[in-house]
Design a protein around this ligand. Sequence first.
Ligand SMILES: Nc1ncnc2c1ncn2[C@@H]1O[C@H](COP(=O)(O)OP(=O)(O)OP(=O)(O)O)[C@@H](O)[C@H]1O
Length: 304
Amino acid sequence: MIEVNELTKRYGGTTAVKDLTFTVRAGRVTGFLGPNGAGKSTTLRLLIGLDRPTGGTATIDGRPFRDLPRGLRHVGALLDAHDVHGGRTARAHLTALARGNALPKNRVDHVLDEVGLASAARRRIGGFSLGMKQRLGIAAALLGDPPVLLFDEPVNGLDPEGVLWVRGLFRRLAAEGRTVFVSSHLMSEMENTADELVVIGRGHLIAAESVSDFAARGTRSSVRVRTPDTEALTALLRAEGADVRPAAADGPLVVTGLDAPAIGELAHLNRLRLNELTTATASLEEAFMELTADSVEYGAEDPR
Ligand SMILES: Nc1ncnc2c1ncn2[C@@H]1O[C@H](COP(=O)(O)OP(=O)(O)OP(=O)(O)O)[C@@H](O)[C@H]1O
């Protein structure tokens, strides 16, 4: 389990994270989401002791990372796939890591197989694509067979087959009872993978909850209504305070501010026929955009 409590990190005048408090549980895939510059990498660096917090604590199974004697056996992390010696082969890189952490040598071939790099084991990392480097970084994280795994933007550079593979891997690791904490700036990468979400924006916590609770926060759920009596129904709905817009010429009405049962009841009481009544729940992506809109550091409308 990962526990972050009132974590703050300032770099000179920049506050990268501020008073972050959340928990990441074992046996789950937890997505760590936020727009660019939100503070995800900083939080992960603080978690594995690569940086010291200005305030607050970040612990893994109750202890700061640097107090964990077993290093890679306790926490595996992929922070920057480029941070490898390009002149080495994949196997030499992992063998050196295994030796440095007193891990059995047979783990090297095991993790190379696991990430699909067995046939590239003798190639120099300098010639690897970004996707291959991501796989190698994941292999390194898995090397110590750790109960806690952290991945910073692991999907970057993977092709669609690689994305599917990595999703399956994360789910399996969580099903084995491990803590799997995965950062991304794209909700679409997380919605089919994560059980839980921690969402931050400009260093502040926005949400820490299950994917379904997060989706329910989107306030944009609307109801599509088709009726032969468009004008009459529109007037009735507006009189009840709903917002009514035609989706397109001859298309359904899109109603917000009243739910489907209330609209059905209103139509029934006024003897108006309905041909369609469908609730459209806001997508996770929409909920994410809505909740982080104020914390996008480099938005399209913001030319900084
Ligand atoms: N070493 C540093 N020195 C100064 N400022 C830093 C440093 N590291 C991070 N920052 C700043 O802290 C903020 C958070 O950065 P961080 O890299 O943690 O965000 P992120 O959520 O990982 O973003 P991205 O998705 O773009 O990688 C940014 O404003 C960044 O410029």
